[in-house]
Write a protein that binds this ligand. Structure first.
Ligand code: GDG
Length: 746
């Protein structure tokens, strides 16, 4: 594939725990062999063509964690950079924290998780070592792509050192439900680590959703759609399942003669029986014992099948240094022995089980010969075996039985789905697979094969790399000062008409503990009256507050009022409010009120505000620690629970509000502008809150949009606080306009 080229694009710096290379020490010194694998194939194009580097551990440990000059040289030839690890570091960082801490937890096996605070220090140190290696390599214009759960802290470390560096991260394992995730002892640190990236990629939308809830719930990070907003930056959360390089599996490759020979031999061994295949690393997440038990049940319930079928189970030794994996091996050995003694005959095994990987050409032959491939993990981030089997079926025959707890299940909908924990379901599905007519096999397989070919590893790599490259840093807007302010004043002076949209709380008036205390002071009233008194200025206060309160507080100034986020409007100088929201369904209010009431009970100091259309839950006066946690919980509950209702759930400053969808300050401001067509007016919108973002976004690009505060925003300018905002308005109110100076009255 060719690397996507973009103006100003630099080198791709890849980072993974293991380098895609196998270093071995022979009599004549070290040798390096490229390790084939889907990921390496997919990323090698952009890596090579961008002239980038691949940084990682080359697989050799040493006493002091250094690499020999010989190893460095071998890696250098391949555009790789080695990070050395001592045996003790490797044990703590890789074996214990990664494989015995993060791996089981992320795969929903919390009871298998082990965590040691000392090991975590090493995990952090090793991440720091990777960070140092990247920083040493990085050149202007480069961008970084980090792989997987061994390096969760790396994005934030890089971000701290290089605020402008485009960084991507991809998680190859599941991101668990936040209920499981939050068990982890360093949960905040891992989330903060990942949020250092500009783009965080997952295999499925489900994992994105889990991650979103974790950051929202545990860190209070705001999310909108597939974006998270954290520390003045935006982070894109993507669901891009990894693909495979299909030509490797479609046959006709360099090793085709070997594959054919192997198929020949296998056919003889199978002796006319139908073949059921299982292939994986021997890992407790892969559900091998459950699968073997289901196979045994099938044979027990259908004795005649014993002469018609056989199973091959390849189990690649994995993490043998971890005790659980050794215990698993013992269990699988025992089960395999039991199956053969119960169902085998001399010279005819019911199960060929091997605790050893097979060379690639044998794997290809197995995929092509199998009638049924059983991919039944208890939990799997994606599962490439399922895709490889599908890609191998050149005649579109064969049946894939796929566990619903794999990421791949969401893409391969035509597979026979199973619940790998349910023995009966497994047996029934396996029988169904064996009985499936060829026509049905073909229909299912052809659809999957097409999809696997289209969504291949190169597409994955390109989409991820493009997303990282085009990541836009989201910084707070620049201060409205100096030349920019001068420009604003000039435009103000020269315009024919002027329209101001001013939020109230947090923009004109600082927050108070109790919302009812935020009455306008003399300066606010005076400034607004002054502005309202000018015939050449239309001044609108745009607030979430109810109309009667705005009338009570600001009515005498003569400004226009847009109440309740745009639900009701009163033009400057008028006396009646007009509703912009006729016939809105409000049936949801009762349910929301009940939920709010429950949280009000739980959080002393919080209260419910009833608005004509919306309902708000305020917690400014509650204990911050307790309230913040409950507020996140409430927000999450409403977001999910009200998803099918015509409402928007908004998180404001110490308030959560539910109101009819389609009503926003932005829309109301646009209506106001549309109601007075003519020459383009001078427009200034000021606001501090998330609800003001709709004004900043919806108003035309030529409008002046000013955030009061210092967070990231769609506003184009920024003022520090309400005092600065009022000072600007006072200055504008007193500034003569060209028309006024030349005597024209508007
Ligand atoms: C992790 C996630 C996610 C297997 N046996 C042999 C062999 N293999 C190759 C397969 C396949 C690879 O190993 C296994 O990939 P999986 O995706 O199935 O599983 P994990 O190793 O757990 O990978 C997983 C993946 O990362 C990618 O993001 O899908 O969910 O757990 O390519 O072909 N290869 C050879 N002999 C074998 O005996 N030559």
């Amino acid at each position: 594939m060719s690397a996507p080229q973009q103006a100003g694009s630099g080198r791709l710096i890849l980072v993974s725990n293991r380098l895609p290379v196998v270093i071995s020490q022979g009599e004549q010194g070290y040798h390096a062999r490229v390790a084939a694998g889907g990921l390496a194939t997919g990323l090698s194009g952009p890596h090579r063509e961008s002239g980038g580097r691949w940084i990682g551990w080359p697989g050799v440990v040493s006493q002091d964690g250094s690499l020999t000059p010989e190893v460095h040289a071998l890696l250098n030839e391949r555009m790789m950079v080695g990070v050395g690890l001592s045996e003790a570091e490797h044990e703590a960082y890789y074996t214990r924290i990664s494989n015995r801490g993060l791996w089981p937890l992320f795969h929903y096996f919390p009871e298998r998780m082990r965590f040691d605070a000392g090991d975590w220090e090493v995990y952090r140190d090793v991440n720091r070592r990777f960070s140092d290696a990247v920083l040493e390599e990085i050149q202007p214009g480069d961008f970084v792509f980090v792989q997987d759960f061994h390096l969760t802290l790396l994005p934030a470390m890089l971000r701290e050192a290089r605020p402008e560096l485009p960084i991507g991260f991809f998680l190859h394992i599941p991101f668990p439900s936040s209920e499981i995730y939050r068990i982890f002892a360093r949960r905040e640190e891992v989330l903060e680590g990942l949020l250092g990236a500009d783009v965080v990629g997952f295999h499925t939308l489900g994992y994105v959703r889990h991650f979103r809830s974790a950051i929202s719930h545990l860190l209070g990070v705001e999310t909108r759609g597939n974006r998270a907003y954290h520390q003045g930056r935006q982070i894109q959360l993507l669901a891009h399942p990894l693909g495979i390089h299909t030509p490797d599996w479609e046959g006709g490759g360099e090793d085709e003669p070997e594959v054919q020979r192997e198929m020949q031999e296998l056919r003889q061994a199978i002796a006319g029986r139908r073949l059921i295949l299982g292939v994986e690393r021997l890992d407790y997440t892969k559900g091998v014992p459950e699968r073997l038990r289901a196979y045994a049940s099938l044979l027990r319930e259908n004795p005649s099948l014993a002469d018609e079928i056989m199973m091959i189970q390849i189990a690649v030794p994995s993490r043998v240094e971890v005790e659980e994996y050794r215990e698993l091996k013992d269990e699988v050995d025992r089960l395999a022995g039991d199956i053969n003694s119960e169902f085998g005959r001399p010279g005819r095994q019911a199960l060929h089980y091997q605790f050893r990987g097979v060379p690639p050409h044998v794997l290809r032959a197995l995929y092509r010969l199998a009638d049924v491939c059983l991919v039944t993990p208890l939990r799997d981030g994606l599962n490439l075996v399922a895709k490889e089997f599908v890609a191998s079926r050149r005649d579109d025959d064969g049946v894939l039985v796929l566990s619903e707890n794999t990421g791949a299940a969401w893409e391969l909908g035509e597979a026979l789905r199973v619940n790998a924990f349910d023995d009966e379901n497994m047996v029934r599905t396996l029988k169904r697979a064996l009985d499936m007519p060829l026509e049905e096999q073909t229909r299912r397989m052809a659809a999957m094969r097409k999809r696997v070919a289209e969504k291949n590893v190169h597409v994955w790599a390109r989409e991820m790399v493009d997303a990282i490259r085009s990541a836009e840093p989201l910084a707070p807007p620049p201060a409205l000062a100096g030349e920019a302010k001068q420009r604003l004043l000039n435009k103000w002076k020269k315009a024919d008409r002027r329209v101001l949209f001013l939020d109230y709380d947090g923009t004109l008036r600082s927050f108070t503990d109790a919302p009812e205390d935020a009455v306008p002071d003399a300066t606010i009233l005076q400034t607004l009256s002054q502005l309202a008194g000018r015939a050449d200025v239309a001044t609108w206060v745009v607030s979430g507050r109810p109309s009667d309160l705005l009338d009570e507080w600001l009515g005498k100034t003569g400004v226009g009022l847009i109440a309740e986020h745009g639900a009701s409007v009163r033009a400057p100088g008028e006396t009646e409010f007009r509703s912009l929201t006729h016939d809105l369904p409000l049936g949801w209010r009762e349910e929301v009120r009940a939920v709010f009431a429950e949280f009000t009970d739980r959080v002393p100091g919080s209260h419910i505000e009833e608005k004509p259309l919306g309902l708000a839950w305020h917690y400014r006066q509650a204990s911050p620690e307790q309230a913040a946690w409950q507020a996140r919980e409430l927000f999450r509950h409403l977001e999910e629970g009200m998803a099918d209702q015509p409402v928007e759930v908004m998180r404001g400053n110490k308030v959560i509000e539910v109101r009819p969808a389609g009503v926003s300050k932005g829309r109301a401001a646009l209506r106001v502008l549309a109601s007075a067509p003519g020459e383009r007016p001078f427009v200034l919108a000021c606001g501090d809150d998330i609800t003001d973002e709709s004004m900043f976004r919806d108003l035309p690009a030529w409008a002046w949009t000013v955030l009061v505060g210092a967070r990231e925003s769609s506003a184009r300018q920024r003022l520090a606080d309400p005092a600065a905002c009022l000072a600007l308005l006072t200055e504008l109110a007193a500034t003569e306009t060209v028309q006024a100076a030349t005597g024209s009255v508007r």
